[in-house]
Structure formats: structure tokens, C-alpha cells
Design a protein around this ligand. Structure first.
Ligand code: SF4
Length: 473
């Protein structure tokens, strides 16, 4: 049932995780084909905010061509006596949750990777302007986060204005990320967890530590702390770190307990600093994904924006799909770009000494965080487009993994067995997955392991309801 009578479509938590396929979409805002896109929250002085004001700069939804993809920005400016800049990341991440409450509205990713689709059916019902969308955002911000006293929302579709505003947004993200750099996991006794993506990946929970940023790259340890303190019942919660079980791999008793509780037993053990054995789960909105390359015994990384095939011949979409859905897949790990700046970045696997291939764009962004003795030995698409070229490059540069080839048996000439899944498109497309799904049928209990289920319609009734209905027949 809708929360708001004056909004042309329903608004409610049941629409979270709703997927809008290309054929069903009226328009796309941001997304992989569009360069200009961002969402940003700013905390402002009280007198600078016109509470409830919704501004649209550029064409509105009704002026857009059906099936088109448009540049897009959302600016949420908030004020409140207890608000400060440290809460901007928290406010910004709520945009994802709140917009996904709207029927026929799909919000994926975050920050500069924003991707929205408006469904045809909702457009036909009257969701043809940013005005009602702004109203929903405004009301949810005010009701869910009472610390916000005033809020105004701006939607930007004008390319010139977006061009103008993008540098400020990028600067805001960078200063938030930089704040958490330098703090060590061993220096704090509380980590934070986020379960916001469980609507898409039911067994996923992000463990956010100073040295392990959230998968989406939108919530730092400081953001986690701020979010848990202003909204302790919200999706972000404190995790007492507990006992250090394995310092090298990054295993903590508090993290294991929180993962077990929040995933209802699906995930019992998490190793924060490795891509192997018990890696952190991958939801779907991670910025990049690591993949093991058995032929060279090294790790590759491919980011969402990378076009074409990574060095193993697979696009981001396929690699991402093999890890997503809240699973722990040995050798695969969805993560943020910021995690690559951490000293704990796959520290248990050899850190940068184990990374053999990353896209040029990512390398440029994080260049200064890669140790000097290995930075030129990590290949990009300019150096290697396939495994043979990669092997030759690593050998020529004497990458640290080459010494392992010589000391261990020769690297396996395996190929990574992943089925291409075009529909998932590596886009944080929600897929129904389950690490272990029990089904009762005919007196047997059938357990589907690593199940992924697609359905046109799902009907859920309580056992009592179905029995009552049967009795009435
Ligand atoms: S990726 Fe992690 S931190 Fe980001 S919204 Fe999802 S669960 Fe939260």
C-alpha cells in the first residue's frame, strides 16, 4: 500500500530490489552509456535551505524520449542543528534506499556510478516528472532521519550544469574517503556493518572497517559510525570487533558473529584481507571485482566502467555475476576502488605483489597507493589483452608472481569456468540467489546449493492462508 496518497504510484519497502529490464523501461538516467552522472548530499546552514523545495534543472521525465538514456544528477541539501559534514555520506547513501521504495523505480550503484531506470508502467500511471520523486525523497528523509530539519532536492539533467557541478561532487567524495585513510583496523574496537543491499543480495552484509571500505565505495568507517549513531535501528550497525582470530587474514570474532546473525547463518566466517577461502561477500553494487587468474597465479581487477573484456576474456558483467548475490566465492571479490588504497588490500594474498592486471583508468586513480617497486609491473589493457600477453609482460617485468611460478609447479593452464550471463550485465542487477535454499516437496527436503532463480511472478502466502483458501474451495 502506498505511503502517500498524492503520489501517482505506490511507495513502500516491498518495491526495494525491483528490477526493471530494458524492454520495460521508459527512460534510463545515468548508467553505463552516460558519462555525466552523480548523486551528492551536502549539509548546509539552516538559512540556506528552502525546506521542501524541489528544483529541476534541464528536461523533466515527460520531455525525455522513450527508451533514451540521459545524463543525470541528484543534489540533496540538508540542514539541522545536529547535522555536520560528517553525515553527508550517510544522507547520500539513503537516496539509494528511499528511491527504491518507489514502484517502478530502480536505483543502482552510487556516487559517480549512478544508474536509474523508470518503468513504463509507472510512467503511464503518472510518474512522469521529478516533482513526485522529489516529494517522496523529501518526506522519507524527514520521517526516517529526524535529525534532518530542512531539506531541498535538485534534479539536474542539463548537461552544461552537470559539467559545472561534477568537479565539486568528485572533490566531496575524495575528501570523505581521505578522512578514513591512515586509521588502522587495529586502532579501533568497533567496526560497522551495512545490510542495505540485502534487498538485492539476501545473504550479504558489508563489514566496514577503517582499512576495508564498503563494497559500494560510498560508506567509510566514519560514515558507518555516524550512521549507526544517528539511526541505530537503520541498515548500518555497530559491530564490536571482538577477539582477533587471525591477524593476517583479517578474521575477528565480532565480525563472524555479526555475519552469522545478519545472514541468518548463511555466512559464518569472513576473512577481510583475502580473496580466498572465506572472502567478504559480494552484493552487486561493488565498484570493481577481483578475479583469480590461475594461469599466472595472480589477481586481476576490473571495474564497472571498463568496456570490453578483461585480460581473462570476460567482461565486468560476467565476472561480477559470478561473485554477486551475497555469496563467498573463492578467488572472487566485489569491492570498492577505495579498498585498493588500503594497506590491507588483499594483504594476506601478497597485496600488490599478487595483483597482475587492472584497467588503466583505475591504475591512474590509485597510482600513488601502489608500492613503487611493483607499480610498473602491474599490467593494464595497454600491456596485455589476453593471458599469453599477460604472461609475457609479467615475465619481462619480473613481477613478483613470476618467482612463485619458478618455486611452485608451473601455473595451471586452466581457464576460468564462468558462464556468460548477459542479462545480469554486471550492473548490480538484482538476482534472486541463495547460497543454500531448502525446499520441502513430497516429504523430501531438497537443498539447492548456490541457487539462482528467475521468476516472472512470485506468490507468497502464509501456510494458514493457503489452508484456509483450500478449505473454502
Ligand atoms: S555495498 Fe555495502 S555498504 Fe554499500 S549500501 Fe550495500 S551493503 Fe551498504
Amino acid at each position: 500500500m502506498s505511503m502517500f496518497k498524492d503520489i501517482p504510484v505506490e511507495v513502500g519497502v516491498i518495491y526495494e530490489g525491483e528490477r526493471i529490464r530494458r524492454n520495460d523501461m521508459q527512460v534510463e538516467l545515468g548508467g553505463p552509456t552516460v558519462k555525466q552522472k552523480f548523486e551528492l548530499a551536502k549539509v548546509k546552514p539552516m538559512n540556506e535551505i528552502d525546506d521542501g523545495k524541489i528544483t529541476i534543472i534541464g528536461p523533466d521525465l515527460k520531455d525525455m524520449k522513450e527508451g533514451g538514456a540521459y545524463p543525470f544528477g541528484i543534489l540533496v541539501e540538508a540542514a539541522g542543528a545536529k547535522l555536520d559534514q560528517g553525515l553527508e555520506g550517510v544522507i547520500e547513501r539513503r537516496i539509494h534506499g528511499y528511491l527504491n521504495y518507489i514502484e517502478g523505480f530502480m536505483h543502482l550503484n552510487q556516487r559517480y556510478d549512478l544508474w536509474i531506470r523508470i518503468g513504463k508502467k509507472s510512467f503511464a500511471k503518472g510518474l512522469n516528472s521529478f516533482e513526485p520523486i522529489g516529494k517522496v525523497l523529501y518526506r522519507l528523509f524527514k520521517s526516517e532521519l529526524p535529525i534532518i530539519e530542512k531539506v531541498q532536492i535538485t534534479f539536474i539533467t542539463d548537461p552544461a550544469k552537470l559539467e559545472d557541478m561534477t568537479p565539486d561532487a568528485m572533490q566531496a567524495y575524495e575528501s570523505r574517503d581521505a578522512k578514513a585513510r591512515g586509521l588502522k583496523d587495529s586502532e579501533v574496537d568497533t567496526f560497522y556493518g551495512c545490510a542495505l543491499c540485502q534487498s538485492f543480495a539476501p545473504s550479504h552484509v558489508c563489514i566496514i572497517t577503517p582499512q576495508r571500505y564498503s563494497n559500494c565505495g560510498a560508506i567509510s568507517w566514519f560514515d558507518g559510525k555516524a550512521s549507526a549513531s544517528i539511526d541505530p535501528k537503520g541498515p548500518v550497525f555497530a559491530i564490536p570487533r571482538g577477539e582477533i582470530i587471525n591477524e593476517e587474514k583479517g578474521e575477528f570474532s565480532g565480525v563472524n558473529e555479526a555475519a552469522k546473525k545478519r545472514t541468518m547463518g548463511e555466512v559464518n566466517q569472513v576473512w577481510l584481507y583475502t580473496a580466498f577461502d572465506h572472502p567478504h561477500t559480494s552484493c552487486g553494487c561493488f565498484e570493481a571485482v577481483t578475479f583469480y587468474i590461475p594461469e599466472v597465479d595472480g589477481l586481476g581487477v576490473v571495474n564497472r566502467a571498463f568496456k570490453g573484456a578483461a585480460v581473462n576474456g570476460l567482461p565486468f558483467s560476467t565476472i561480477a555475476d559470478s561473485a554477486a548475490g551475497g555469496r563467498q566465492i573463492d578467488g572472487f571479490h566485489g569491492m570498492s576502488i577505495e579498498y585498493m588504497r588500503s594497506k590491507k588490500f588483499f594483504a594476506a594474498d601478497g597485496g600488490w605483489n599478487r595483483v597482475v592486471w587492472i584497467p588503466k583508468e583505475v591504475k591512474e586513480k590509485i597510482n600513488e597507493f601502489i608500492p613503487k617497486d611493483v607499480v610498473d609491473k602491474v599490467a593494464t589493457e595497454d600491456d596485455a589483452k589476453n593471458i599469453d600477453e599477460l604472461k609475457a609482460f609479467l615475465k619481462a617485468k619480473n613481477h613478483p608472481v613470476v618467482a612463485k611460478w619458478e618455486s611452485d609447479a608451473a601455473p595451471a593452464a586452466e581457464t576460468t569456468a564462468i558462464q556468460f550471463n548477459e542479462e545480469a550485465a554486471g550492473t548490480m542487477m538484482p538476482v534472486a540467489t541463495a547460497g543454500s535454499l531448502p525446499i520441502m516437496a513430497g516429504g523430501f527436503k531438497i537443498i539447492l546449493k548456490d541457487a539462482k532463480i528467475y521468476a516472472n511472478k512470485v506468490i507468497i502466502t502464509t501456510v494458514k492462508d493457503s489452508k484456509d483458501n483450500k478449505d473454502k474451495r
